[in-house]
Write a protein that binds this ligand. Structure first.
Ligand SMILES: [Zn+2]
Ligand SMILES: [Zn+2]
Length: 376
């Protein structure tokens, strides 16, 4: 058990009330008994910490004394004649933990929801508007999250009289000891619902499929998450909805491979064109563009088309399109072609070339590697 409300919420001692609320909202979603039945104790600690730290008066008192005070506080038991004291309060006072006081609200914060959205490369580069279908809990339209069948009332619990907890007295060596536990009749809510809403069975929420139009910003990539606040799951008792996260998955493009903000493609040209130079028209995401293969282009050389890559999500602007040249050597020659090449070899003094050896890390291998690293 953390000895400290601040530790329970994981916030610094100078955290603002807003930070306290944020930390609580996050933890409550992870620890709520509906989600995480094993985290009951931790949920109570977190709730108790939130109750104190979100209330400026209680927090000042807690900071000054290490106790949150309150009606059932330290003074109650020992002060009033020493007849009985509340074990829960005792622990609460000493260790700063203790159970939450008073009824637990029925409305609890809802969870975040996550869904995946496939986009094609052009949508990722230029942005897009997309319709998505979401299946989440929404506030029950019949009872508006109130949980009671329309025309009936939520009633104050007869057993705990709305306190949400009951005290039991037991004899011990120390005298009479009071223990506090959640009211078994109302489950700690302080209220009961004699006629639960028919549509949601008293949960205050129902599942609904709905369609949302979302804007996919230019520059998203696989793994980018788009946050839609308040579009997640509505909580139990019609509690505030969590957020919806749409995680982008970018489909592979037939031609372009994306690495960050740059795109890569391979262009195959015949050996003669690489030697003599040529211009090839290429269909890019921005329409047709000319790729200039200069005379003497080597295998794996890269021609860079500036600004035709992917968009940058945050800083704006575009990356580059790198065209990797694949020089194709003819596999079969007819007699006339072979004779012409022999003539060329003679002219160039290359009839019996010695070749030139170099380490495997140099030459074409490193050019290939550089090419894949972005042509630099
Ligand atoms: Zn309902
Ligand atoms: Zn009760």
């Amino acid at each position: 058990m953390p000895t400290d409300h601040y530790a329970a919420l994981g916030v610094p001692r100078d955290a603002s009330t807003e930070d306290v609320k944020k930390a609580y909202r996050k933890l409550a979603r992870q620890l709520h008994p509906d989600v995480n039945p094993d985290a009951g104790e931790r949920f109570k600690e977190v709730s108790a910490a939130y109750e104190v730290l979100s209330n400026p008066d209680k927090r000042r008192m807690y900071d000054a004394t290490g106790s949150s005070g309150g009606p059932g506080g330290f003074g109650g038991g020992f002060g009033a004649g020493g007849q009985a004291f509340d074990l829960g309060d005792l622990f609460g006072s000493f260790f700063g933990g203790g159970a939450a006081r008073g009824p637990v609200p029925r409305a609890q914060p809802g969870q975040d929801a996550l869904l995946r959205l496939e986009v094609d490369l052009a949508e990722a580069v230029f942005g897009a508007e997309r319709e998505i279908t979401v299946d989440t809990a929404v506030v029950c339209p019949t009872c508006n999250g109130n949980c009671a069948q329309p025309g009936t009332q939520v009633r104050t619990c007869d057993v705990c009289h709305g306190q949400g907890q009951v005290q039991r007295a037991a004899r011990s060596l120390l005298g009479q000891v009071l223990t506090t536990s959640p009211c078994p009749a109302c489950g700690g809510y302080g209220t009961t619902i004699p006629d639960p809403c028919n549509e949601c069975a008293g949960d205050g929420r129902v599942r609904r499929r709905r369609t949302l139009t979302i804007r996919v910003p230019a520059g998203v990539d696989t793994g980018t998450r788009i946050q839609l606040s308040g579009q997640g799951e509505v909580g139990p008792g019609g509690g505030p909805a969590g957020d919806l996260y749409v995680e982008v998955v970018q489909r592979q493009h037939d031609l372009f491979t994306r690495r960050g903000e740059d795109l890569h493609a391979t262009l195959a040209v015949p050996m003669t064109a690489a030697a003599l130079g040529t211009v090839v028209e290429m269909e890019t995401l921005d329409g047709p563009r000319e790729v200039e293969v200069r005379p003497g282009t080597q295998p794996a050389e890269v021609v860079t088309l500036r600004g035709l890559g992917a968009s940058r999500l945050r800083s704006g602007g575009r990356g580059d399109l790198h065209v990797h040249i694949d020089v194709q050597v003819p596999k079969a020659l007819d007699d006339e072609q072979a004779e012409l090449l022999r003539q060329l070899a003679r002219l160039r003094g290359e009839e019996r070339p010695e070749g030139r050896f170099s380490p495997a890390s140099g030459g074409v291998f490193s050019r290939l590697k550089r090419g894949f690293a972005g042509g630099r």
